[in-house]
Design a protein around this ligand. Structure first.
Ligand SMILES: *Cc1c(COP(=O)(O)O)cnc(C)c1O
Length: 406
């Protein structure tokens, strides 16, 4: 394994690296613009931090929050404010920014899924809101989903006590619609897998008068998708706050129809006897979610894409010196529409699996996380990385693959 010292030496001798202080590469968010911490809490806890060449994964703590977002978070921690008035005001701002009727900050996209389902079931009826998920009498109790759109997250819908009705085609979807149908659920990430696409899905919902919900948790960037689905006619849409938008990891956005956002909030704190009571969002997260969205909408996205692309190209160039490695640089449509490097190899030439390389990179110093380890390959993205960290990733990946090649 390369020593930190040797790594720094190698870095400073690289023509690619140019004039930057290599030490700053290893110090996480400080390089991203956050304030220098007075204590190294992770170190005190004996935790290893890492360079994120994987992307925005829950287990890897999402994305780092930019300085403006951290500043907003810190600001909010210094004053009391009415939680209800804060949600009103931020909801109005966000709805204005996205060009939809209403919005709220939720405890992540999964929480938005539960609150959206609760909203269509109960409206603002207190008796109903108190009864879910145990007693759904007098309420509709089925949510329809295409088979390909079922992911682990649908548990967040089932939490409300509904039955998930799974369909395989447009014909089955229409046949499944009954007077008990509460909502049609769509997962944007799986658009290319399901046979009924978003527009058609919305049309069916409108025709039969059933609310449609789009789980677009991981679908930004690109930025245009943030207003695409409400414009298309989806009644409710969610995006995760802590993925590509770079807000707090435990926050998210739920937006769309005004009456349904009101009903979703009716099922959430500060109300106590509600399904969403455990999904509290504090004032710091509400404020910083708004600012993360503002930043995301205003930033120079072309410049950002160019930086990600250049980082990918650098890594591609460096690792290309490994024999028998196939290096592919592309931008997938879903979930994260960002420059991606796919590395694959012939196991008879490089005996290690993607998982072996993942282990080696993870236990290295600095530790590096990669995505989608498979039998004979893995992926790298750069959008969760800090500027310049691509140099370290390139060196470490090349080193481990060369070692495996023998
Ligand atoms: C990440 C994700 C979620 C959950 O988002 P959180 O903000 O972590 O709650 C839900 N659905 C899909 C498709 C996701 O990718």
């Amino acid at each position: 394994m390369i020593s930190r010292r040797k790594l720094l030496k190698t870095l400073s001798s690289l023509p690619l690296v140019g004039g930057f202080a290599a030490g700053g590469l290893l110090s996480g968010n400080v390089a991203y613009g956050a304030l220098a911490p007075r204590r190294n809490y992770f170190k005190e806890l004996g935790l290893k931090t890492f360079i994120n060449a994987a992307g925005s994964y829950t287990t890897l703590t999402g994305c780092l929050m930019p300085r403006e977002v951290v500043e907003a978070y810190n600001y909010a921690s210094n004053e009391y404010v009415s939680l209800v008035e804060l949600q009103d005001a931020v909801g109005k701002k966000i709805a204005g920014m996205l060009g939809c009727e209403a919005a709220m900050v939720t405890a992540g996209a999964a929480s938005a899924m539960t609150l959206a389902t609760a909203a269509v079931l109960t409206g603002t009826d207190e008796d109903k809101a108190k009864r879910i998920p145990i007693d759904l009498s007098g309420m509709k109790n089925e949510v329809i989903v295409q088979k390909e759109h079922i992911v682990g997250y649908t548990h967040a819908i089932i939490n409300c006590g509904i039955k998930l009705v799974v369909v395989n085609s447009r014909k089955e979807l229409i046949k499944a619609i009954k007077k008990n149908t509460a909502m049609l659920y769509y997962t944007d990430t799986h658009t290319n897998d399901g046979s009924v696409k978003a527009r058609e899905f919305v049309q069916i919902g409108k025709k039969y008068g059933i609310p449609t919900f789009n789980d677009a948790a991981a679908s930004a960037p690109p930025r245009k998708r943030l207003s695409l689905y409400t414009d298309m006619g989806f009644d409710l849409v969610t995006f995760s706050g802590g993925k590509g938008i770079r807000g707090p990891q435990s926050a998210g956005l739920l937006f769309g129809r005004k009456d349904l956002i009101e009903a979703a909030r009716f099922n959430a704190p500060p109300h106590s006897d509600r399904i969403g009571r455990g999904m509290k969002v504090n004032k710091e997260e509400i404020i910083s979610m708004w600012i993360a969205l503002e930043r995301f909408l205003e930033m120079d996205m072309d410049k950002e894409y160019k930086r990600w692309q250049k980082q990918i190209e650098l890594i591609a160039k460096v690792v290309s010196s490994v024999d028998d490695l196939t290096v592919e640089n592309y931008i997938p449509e879903y979930p994260n529409n960002v420059p991606t490097l796919k590395l694959t190899w012939d196991r008879s030439k490089i005996p290690a699996s993607g998982l072996d390389i993942q282990d080696a990179l993870r236990s290295g110093s600095p530790s590096v996380e990669i995505a989608h380890p498979e039998e004979n390959g893995f992926n790298i993205t750069t959008f969760s990385m800090l500027p310049k960290q691509e140099h370290i990733v390139a060196i470490r990946v090349k080193e481990e693959l060369k070692k495996a090649h023998g």
